[in-house]
Design a protein around this ligand. Structure first.
Ligand SMILES: [Zn+2]
Ligand SMILES: [Zn+2]
Ligand SMILES: [Zn+2]
Length: 361
């Protein structure tokens, strides 16, 4: 079961909040105005779901935070009409190829056939700059393994003709609520990569316009200063010159702000629908070993895509491929969440501790 504080953190981040964690069960966040309005809180939200005296009520906050979830998207449950049993696989060879553990080793325990619900989240994204672009992004999550199936479009294309309505389907509300923030973050990363060229082009045009404007104003200011230097003997004229220079500088700053506003991108992500389908997998149990610590985890090999799902980072929920492990609890981490502290250069696990210990001294 996912921790409430993790869910709250992911959900707040997906709504544009700046979140910092401070130990077990605690979430502190700077939230944007629309979020603070929805939650009826100030800009700073501080939640404590620990067992301490005066901690926040988890049930109450689960309810309040649910206001941030998208208004009931269309959720459909389908099943595969025919399901041939998943054939045996060479799990060792697959892991050798697809499981890259950067700072540890893995040992295969066992693998067996099964079926697992996959959640295909569809998002529409609108990018507004000096023009408007609309696109779609899909994210496919494995609910049981909390991993990501890459290439959701290809996955859907491969099974589309074999899908039929699942009469026994009941909307898995709790699971959807837990998975939504992960899906939103994956979609955000995807959209971000996709609009990179729009961003680059906007940045290029911004740089060009700034340069033009800069050269216009520096010419103007140089003239004004020259004239002011000639007239220092006349106090009234000198004051006028000073005012003029100041006004021109203010004007330049305002124009610069306008330009930045003109070329900044506003990206909106909206969940349109979710398709839930149980797909054949091979469940692979592995022992992950890091120095003296080890931990057994289950990975999923998707039989439709014939590929290993990408594990999600246990600190930031981003893709953990290549995979890093921490020393103590063998958390599954992405490169960012197992990286040196910018202050003291000591590598630390962002899942074990949100901040480096050197910050507290
Ligand atoms: Zn991470
Ligand atoms: Zn440090
Ligand atoms: Zn850790």
């Amino acid at each position: 079961m996912i921790q409430l504080s993790d869910w709250a953190r992911d959900l707040l981040i997906s709504r544009g909040a700046l979140v910092e964690g401070e130990g077990e069960g605690v979430v502190r966040a700077l939230v944007p105005p629309d979020v603070s309005a929805k939650l009826s809180v100030s800009d700073w939200l501080s939640l404590d779901f620990g067992t301490r005296v005066g901690a926040d009520d988890p049930a109450e906050w689960m309810d309040r935070l649910s206001a941030l979830l998208p208004p009931s998207p269309a959720v459909a449950g389908v099943r595969l009409r025919m399901r041939a049993p998943t054939q045996r696989i060479d799990a060792d060879a697959i892991l050798n190829r697809e499981l890259v553990v950067q700072n540890g080793v893995w040992r295969l325990v066992e693998d067996y056939a099964g079926a697992t619900p996959y959640y295909l989240f569809s998002f529409q994204h609108t990018v507004e700059s000096d023009e408007r672009t609309i696109g779609y992004a899909g994210v496919c999550l494995n609910g049981a393994a909390r991993s990501l199936a890459e290439q959701p479009e290809r996955l859907l294309r491969s099974v589309r003709d074999d899908l039929e309505d699942d009469p026994a389907f009941a909307v898995p509300a709790a699971e959807l609520r837990a998975l939504y923030p992960l899906a939103a973050r994956a979609a955000e990363a995807e959209v971000r990569a996709r609009i990179a060229f729009i961003e680059q082009s906007a940045n290029r045009r911004l740089a060009r316009d700034c340069e033009r404007m800069e050269s216009y104003y520096s010419g103007l200011l140089a003239q004004l200063e020259k004239r002011a230097a000639r007239r220092t003997a006349e106090p009234q004229a000198a004051e006028k010159d000073r005012d003029r220079i100041q006004a021109t500088q203010l004007d330049r700053a305002a124009k610069l702000e306008d330009l930045v506003r003109k070329y900044s991108l506003r990206v909106q992500l909206e969940l349109t629908d979710v398709l839930v389908v149980s797909l054949p997998v091979r469940t692979i149990s592995v022992r992950l070993i890091r120095k003296k610590a080890e931990r057994q985890v289950t990975l999923a090999w998707n039989a439709i895509l014939r590929a290993l799902d990408t594990p999600l980072c246990e600190a930031c929920s981003g893709r953990a491929r290549p995979l890093y492990l921490c020393d103590d609890k063998v958390h599954l981490l992405c490169a960012n969440c197992w990286s040196p502290c910018p202050a003291c250069a000591r590598v630390f696990c962002r899942a074990c501790q949100p901040r480096c210990k050197c910050a507290k001294k």
